[in-house]
Ligand binder design. Structure first.
Ligand code: UN1
Length: 511
């Protein structure tokens, strides 16, 4: 493996054999069990991380709540300056961190670099945002009165992130939360803990250089910490990325104590391929969407809804494209598809294919687990394509693997209905050069998803937009646009600068 420079990357990122994974910067609290992180690339042990006990968690929370008291007083643009430096530090470590993401998670090195680029971009975005945390001003109905609203820091933000974007999704939360004046406690996925340790090492250096309380950025490790966060009344906002099943639990638990959540749960993303589509564009969008990250993005393309008049032609082009895919070590730039995260995911993939067949699905491109040289980890699978009905149970569910379901439609209205007719509502797209179809798809009678694209696939959203979806996707929004508002508390202020005290609604109260 070392011809890919993994050892050097680990060194640069300060990853040791045993990492005491509970931390507020330089202070380490970790007395729990050990998580071993194995690479899905070759099955080798990369390193170990100690988990947080309840006591460790408590210590971290004390640090975080203490840090909030000073961090919220730092002027927002000054907080932005710290985030700018975090972006700079990430630029310096981009190669090493991209490599670790690829090695620990299994996505291609290009995508690993892309993920770090998203982190850098969100930092840049947050720097500008730090001068734009605007509220409205309103006209009061009373004379000599002024009204406005303003946004204040919220407190400790708990981020529980998933393995598939082990660094970027956390940074969307952290960079925005920091400029908003919040402090962060991060519980990374136990499948990719080293990526989190690497981020913490990078950030700690920046904070230390600036004499910032390191409690502004904390990590707790181990799955038990998830529920500690969910139940903790000191955490007003929990941002959770993961399955709908766990998301439902997070949502209930946090709501019970009137905490807020940002939920980024499952997707079941479809591309509608119109008879007016540019087929070459469809191929790039659909194949990257379905097999990129081995189908393990929330935004991965799961369904292709194809117009009947171009169905056969599109299927042929798809089959042809799939035969050209090379599957193997994701650090090798000549491969398109890396491994799934672990053997459990491989089993889910196999079960999905079996289930699709048993419901009547017809295999268009055969799947299967790869064996032999280069595939020793047992996590490499062949991307597959299955002709299916939208109503199949398996098509209605999200399988985090490169399984693409294809189906036919005859009218655009029918296609939009099919696209919407699943429990999830994250990303969607239509490929068409017909303006009426495109506009209908984007209209209030169109896609019901949080993300709706025209002539772009379902995956690969830019950080400038708000990211998230409807229905079982959870309804949260992260990243750009005005998603920052969820990280602040809103306050309406009315000031009377006159000498009378008129009541609102003209109410008289004389005595
Ligand atoms: C996710 O899959 O959890 O749009 C996030 C995309 C990426 C982020 C995906 N920018 O595919």
């Amino acid at each position: 493996m070392d011809n890919f420079g993994i050892k050097d990357a680990l060194n640069q990122l300060g990853i040791k054999e045993l990492n005491e994974g509970t931390s507020t910067g330089s202070q380490w609290f970790a007395n729990g069990d050990i998580i071993e992180s194995y690479s899905p690339v070759n099955g080798e042990l990369i390193g170990k991380v100690k988990t947080s006990t309840k006591d460790d968690y408590e210590k971290v929370m004390q640090k975080a709540t203490e840090a909030f008291k000073s961090w919220r007083l730092v002027p927002a643009p000054k907080r932005g300056e710290i985030v700018r430096q975090v972006g700079e530090a990430l630029r310096e470590k981009k190669d090493a961190l991209g490599k670790l993401v690829s090695y620990e998670m299994g996505k291609s090195f290009q995508e690993g670099l892309g993920e770090v680029q998203e982190m850098i971009d969100i930092c840049d975005y947050a720097v500008g945002l730090s001068r734009q945390l605007y509220g409205f001003t309103m006209h009061s109905e009373r004379p000599m009165h002024r009204m406005y609203d303003q946004y204040h820091p919220l407190g400790v933000v708990g981020t529980i992130s998933a393995f598939n974007f082990p660094v970027a999704v956390w940074s969307w939360n952290a960079a925005i939360a920091w400029v908003c004046g919040d402090v962060c406690v991060w519980k990374p996925s136990s499948k990719t803990p080293l990526c989190a340790v690497a981020c913490q090492n990078i950030i700690t250096e920046v904070f230390r250089k600036n004499n910032i309380d390191e409690g502004v950025s904390c990590i707790v490790t181990g799955n038990a910490c998830g529920d500690l966060i969910n139940n903790d009344h000191r955490i007003p906002l929990v941002s959770f990325t993961g399955s709908t099943r766990i998301g439902r639990h997070v949502s209930k638990t946090v709501a019970e104590r009137f905490g807020k959540t940002i939920l980024e749960l499952g997707g079941n993303n479809a591309i509608i391929v119109s008879e007016h589509a540019d087929i070459n564009m469809v191929l790039v969008g659909a194949v990257f969407g379905a097999v990129g990250t081995a189908g393990q993005r929330c935004t991965s393309t799961r369904r292709l809804i194809i117009h009947e008049s171009i169905y056969d032609k599109t299927i042929q082009a798809l089959q042809n494209a799939y035969t050209q895919l090379s599957i193997g070590n994701p650090l090798d730039a000549s491969n398109h598809v890396g491994p799934l995260i672990d053997k459990g995911a491989v089993q889910d993939y196999l079960n999905a294919i079996e289930k699709a067949k048993s419901e009547g699905g017809k295999v268009i491109v055969e799947g299967g687990v790869l064996e032999g040289e280069g595939y020793e980890s047992g996590c490499y699978v062949k991307p597959c394509v299955i002709e299916a009905e939208n109503s199949y149970e398996i098509v209605q569910a999200e399988t985090f693997a490169p399984v693409l379901y294809v189906m036919k439609y005859s009218t655009i209205e029918e296609a939009i209905d099919m696209q919407n007719n699943v429990p999830q509502g994250l990303s969607s797209s239509v490929f068409t050069t017909n303006m009426r179809e495109a506009e209908l798809f984007l209209s209030h009678a169109g896609s019901d998803c949080g993300i709706a694209n025209v002539n772009i696939g379902t995956s690969g959203a830019e950080i400038g937009g708000a990211f998230g979806g409807e229905k079982e996707t959870g309804g949260g929004r992260e990243s750009g646009s005005d998603a920052w508002k969820a990280y602040m508390r809103r306050q309406t202020n009315t000031i009377n600068y006159g000498k009378e005290l008129p009541l609102a609604q003209g109410i008289k109260f004389d005595f």
